[in-house]
Design a protein around this ligand. Structure first.
Ligand SMILES: Cc1cc2nc3c(=O)[nH]c(=O)nc-3n(C[C@H](O)[C@H](O)[C@H](O)COP(=O)(O)O)c2cc1C
Length: 399
């Protein structure tokens, strides 16, 4: 649970989306957070504080004079002040330094605390230059803004301003608690599996889901890096990918190679977690190969495969001073020996090597060995890919 024992002060202001804060509250609790709640006077018109009280929470009304000094106590409690939804009114008041409600007063008493704003409003209000200027101003003062979703507002207007998906909010809060060990670094991650087409409908691929690469990309974002993910046919809903990650979707070997070599020039660290096909079809039929008339004796259809270029090697050849290349390899036998060989042949800085005979491909867990340039080996026992990625990122940042 990513927010285990974190103290979150959930401040709910008066939007048509105020009711969504109930789901957000439940999700924060599920993640292990301790939550205290302030409901603004306007929010109280949209949702009843009784909802939270029935979950056993003490709810603070937005009247600072009802419980004197609660703004100080609440500020001391909070690791993060989460204002969700955050109205046009409250955002602009905060930017002006106004402190006339319990929410704004608590924020005023918390200059060093991280504040997360989840704006939710009509698209025209969200596009208002006054709001934009004030959000930019707040961003310089420990405020972190979760981008709203795009869609139809309650009034029917279409545009940006919707309360985001709960998953997106959680994704954006988690990084707040991480040490920014990769701040200023540009990380490129590749994930998923290439597809090599035989004809317009049939392809050769492998069972890589992209989960390991996505976990690394998410952890790199949490550690403060700027992250680009080249996603190859990934089998994971995009809601599990942090929204701050720039995603480049590719499918076949040649498109992937072009994107990889272009993006590699811009990064400090490459995690090559994608499973790239070692072979492609020598010829691709422009039309679907029919069942009848193509197979030879015994129903055998012969196709020729041709070896693809080794992209890790290609990358290592253009690698500049200061760049780090982290490779992954899947082996079924002599895994340490093969890992060492690949590390040196491809001039890698690290290789994570796993034994795919252990039912790892496509799953949620991974295990294996991390070998560095100096030949040091570290064993990682089986664990969820997300926590393994966290450890790998920590190790890399510490080097
Ligand atoms: C029906 C209705 C819906 C509203 N929805 C929103 C909204 O989605 N976002 C917003 O910023 N303000 C919205 N407002 C306006 C705020 O409720 C109003 O500015 C209020 O003063 C906010 O107070 P607070 O920021 O202290 O909660 C709405 C008002 C009404 C009457």
């Amino acid at each position: 649970m990513s927010l285990q024992n974190k103290n979150i002060l959930l401040c709910i202001t008066g939007s048509i989306a105020s009711y969504k804060s109930v789901d957000l509250y439940r999700r924060l609790k599920k993640e292990g957070a301790n939550v205290k709640i302030i409901v603004s006077a306007s929010a109280g018109k949209f949702i009843s504080p009784y909802i939270f009280e029935s979950f056993g929470e003490e709810v603070f009304s937005d009247d600072a004079f009802k419980s004197p000094l609660s703004h100080i106590a609440l500020s001391k409690f909070a690791d993060v002040i989460l204002i969700a939804p955050a109205t046009y009114n409250t955002i602009n008041k905060l930017a002006a330094g106004i402190a006339d409600t319990l929410i704004t007063l608590t924020v005023a008493a918390s200059p060093d605390k991280i504040k997360v704003l989840v704006p939710a409003m009509n698209p025209n209000m969200f596009a208002n230059k006054i709001l934009k200027d004030n959000l930019n101003k707040l961003a310089k003062h420990n405020f972190y803004v979760v981008s709203p979703g795009t869609g139809n507002a309650a009034c029917g207007d279409f545009g940006e301003g919707k309360f985001p998906e709960i998953e997106d909010i959680i994704c954006d809060i988690e990084p707040v608690f991480k040490e920014k060990t990769l701040k200023g670094k540009r990380v490129l991650v590749t994930a998923g599996a290439t597809r090599e087409y035989l004809d317009p409908v049939r392809f050769m691929s492998n069972g890589s889901s992209g989960k390991m690469g996505i976990s690394l990309a998410n952890e790199a974002i949490k550690a403060g890096a700027e992250v680009t993910l080249i996603a190859l046919n990934i089998d994971m809903p995009h809601k599990y990918i942090n929204r701050r990650i720039k995603i480049i979707n590719r499918s076949g070997f040649s498109d992937f190679k072009e994107a990889l070599l272009t993006e590699f020039k811009k990064c400090d660290t490459l995690f090559m977690a994608a499973a790239v096909s070692d072979y492609g079809f020598k010829e691709k039929s422009p039309v679907k190969i029919k069942k009848s008339g193509n197979a030879g004796a015994g129903g055998i259809l012969n196709v020729e495969l041709i070896q693809n270029e080794d992209l890790l090697k290609a990358v290592s050849e253009i690698k500049k001073e200061g760049q780090t290349v982290f490779g992954f390899a899947a082996e079924t036998d002599s895994i340490i020996e093969n890992g060492r060989k690949k590390l040196s042949e491809k001039s890698l800085d690290y290789i994570f090597i796993n034994d795919v005979s252990k039912d790892i491909i496509g799953g949620d867990e991974n295990e294996g060995f991390l070998i560095n340039k100096a030949g040091e080996i570290k064993r990682f026992e089986r664990e969820p890919k997300a926590s393994l990625a966290e450890k790998i990122i920590r190790d890399i940042a510490a080097q």
